[in-house]
Design a protein around this ligand. Sequence first.
Ligand code: MGP
Length: 294
Amino acid sequence: MASTLPAPALQASRAALNAALADQPPINNEVDDFEEGEIPEVDMEEQAEGIRTVFSDPKNFNVKHPLYSPWTLWFDSPATKGRNLPQTPVSAFPQTPVPQTPSVAAAQGWMEDIKRVISFDSVEEFWGLYNNIVPPSQLPQKANYYLFKEGIIPAWEDEANKHGGKWSIQLPRDKNRGNVDKMWLYTMLAAIGETFDPTPDDMEGSLAQSLITGVIVSIRPQFYRISIWTRLAPSPTEEDKLRERIEAVGRYFKAGVLGYQESARLAGPLATEVEFLSHRDSEKKGKAAKKIIV
Ligand code: MGP
C-alpha cells in the first residue's frame, strides 16, 4: 500500500522502524543446536515469511518494533481540571521525598491538572494509541497533548527542561482545522523517530544526546500551537554549535514537518513565525524576550 505520509514524515517513521528492526531478535533462531562459536546460517526467506508486522496484519502481528526511547503521553483539558484521576502526574516526580523548593512547588501546581495517559516504547503501541485518541481538531478549547520522553515531565522545572526552550508556531484555528491533525501526527513521528535532532557522533557531554525532550499541541479559542521542547537553549549572542543545532531543529520543523517553504513568512493575525524562546524567557512573560525565528 502506498504511504500517504509526506517524505519527511515517512522518513521519520522509517527511521523508527529501521532502528527497531536492527534490534529485532531473529524469529525461529534455533541456536541451541549449534556449537559454541559456530555461526548459525539464517534462512532469511523463512524468517521473512514468519514476520507479521502491524502494517500487514493489524490484529495478529507478531513483531514489535522498539523505538529509540520510551515516550509518555500527557493530557489536560478543562474537563481534567481538579479531577483526581488515578494516574496523577505528581507520581512522575522521583519516588524519594522531594524537597519543597519553590520550583518543585511551582511544578507540582502546574502539573496538578495534567494527566498521564500512557507510556509506550514501540511503533505498534504508538499507532495503537494514535488510533484510539481524539485528534487535536476534536479537542475542546484549552486542551493540550504533551508527548514527552519517559521520565521527563512537561514542565519547565524538570531537570531535563530547565535549561531549555521551545520552538513553537501558532496557527489560526479557523483556517487550520483541516491541517492540525496531520501537523501534530508528523510532529509526533519526527519526535519518536528522532529526526528533529539526529545525535551527532562528534559531540560530548550534554550535546551527545538528543536535544528534544517533548512535543506539545495546544488548542486555544482562536488558534492552535505546536511546540518542540529542547533540553538546552542557545545563548542569544553566541553563534556556536548549540545554536546551529537548535536552528536546524527549527528549520526541520518548519519545512520538513509542517511543510512550509523555508523562506515563507508566516506571521499574521493570530499566526506566528516558527520561533524559539528559552523557558527562562517564557517565565518572564512579556519582558523583552530574545526570540530566534526561522
Ligand atoms: P501555556 O498554557 O503554555 O500558555 O502557559 P498559553 O497557551 O499562552 O496560556 P493559556 O493561559 O491560554 O493556557 C500558561 C501559563 O501556565 C504560563 O503563563 C505559566 O503561568 C503556566 N505554565 C506554563 N508552563 C509550560 C509551565 C511550566 O512548565 N511550569 C509552571 N510552573 N508553570 C507553567
